[in-house]
Design a protein. Structure first.
Length: 286
């Protein structure tokens, strides 16, 4: 199962204004290891327990006393519960645009900085960051009247505090990499995430384009709409799995990026004239 952040989660405290998610206070009573999709860049304060980021190169441990900056995209994270405690963390979301505006306003802080390719950065917590966390958590219990305006300003405060840590150069390089990001090739993005259960706005975000620009560039490159092409490619893969794997229909549905099996079956029948199970049965008889 793929978890997407930010969104509302039952039992978790969320700070949001309208449709905009600013942060979440996450608590769990058991350990978990999940593949997640971050729709926004995220800073994580670990309060109780510790978190492990699993990357292609190594696993990075983050515990109380440090914070981690994580780029938007796909990650595998573990929440580890220590004896006698629940796991607890504060997640603060920030967009590429937030970073770009900060870098523009405080451009002198980035003089001579070279962008990094790192997808995450662990920074030891300072007393100022610790005070920031304690103040921020109070907003969950008593949200101020001008919540949206205050939390927008708090992002810049957070960036400035990070830039005052001993890891200033590493933080600047990390933020610079977000600020300077260029739209990647649209075919690379789409094929890389073809079988992930992502929406068009989420694919557009991964390609560093607006939804309108994503649809326009996709149409120019593939000669058809994103939805039509993506569904066709997923169904073709499903067709091949149907006759070349032992997977059940529901498993094939998930494997090809369809979260709801009945919807997958309906689309499959429209393209191939019969349900997956019916086609598989006919093939077995022949």
């Amino acid at each position: 199962m793929l978890l997407k952040f930010p969104q509302d989660f039952p039992g978790q405290q969320v700070l949001k204004a309208g449709n905009v998610h600013y942060s979440m206070l996450k608590q769990r009573r058991m350990a978990e290891k999940r593949r997640i999709f971050l729709k926004e860049n995220t800073l994580i304060f670990v309060i109780n327990g510790y978190k492990i980021l699993h990357t292609e190169q190594a696993s990075v441990r983050v515990e109380a006393g440090s914070v981690v900056l994580v780029r938007s995209g796909f990650h595998i994270l573990s929440d580890i519960v220590e004896d006698g405690t629940d796991f607890k963390s504060l997640l603060i979301y920030f967009s590429d645009e937030d970073v770009s505006r900060f870098a523009h306003k405080y451009h002198s802080l980035f003089t001579g900085t070279q962008a990094t390719t790192q997808q995450q950065l662990v920074v030891p917590i300072t007393s100022h960051l610790d005070n920031f966390r304690e103040t921020y958590i109070r907003y969950f219990q008593s949200p101020p009247h001008h919540l949206s305006a205050i939390l927008s300003l708090k992002k810049f405060e957070l960036f400035l505090l990070l830039m005052e840590t001993p890891q200033q150069q590493a933080v600047a390089a990390f933020l610079q990499s977000i600020s300077n990001v260029q739209p990647p090739e649209i075919e690379w993005v789409v094929r890389r995430h073809l079988f992930e259960p992502l929406t068009l706005p989420e694919l557009a975000q991964l390609s560093n384009r607006s939804l309108a620009a994503f649809k326009r560039d996709f149409q120019q490159h593939f000669g058809t709409s994103p939805r039509k092409w993506i569904i066709s490619q997923r169904l073709l893969h499903a067709y091949n799995l149907l006759f070349n794997s032992p997977l059940q229909v529901a498993e094939i549905s998930l494997e090809c990026g369809f979260e709801h099996t009945p919807h997958f079956i309906s689309l499959f029948r429209q393209q191939y004239g019969d349900t997956p199970q019916a086609l598989r049965s006919k093939s077995a008889i022949i």
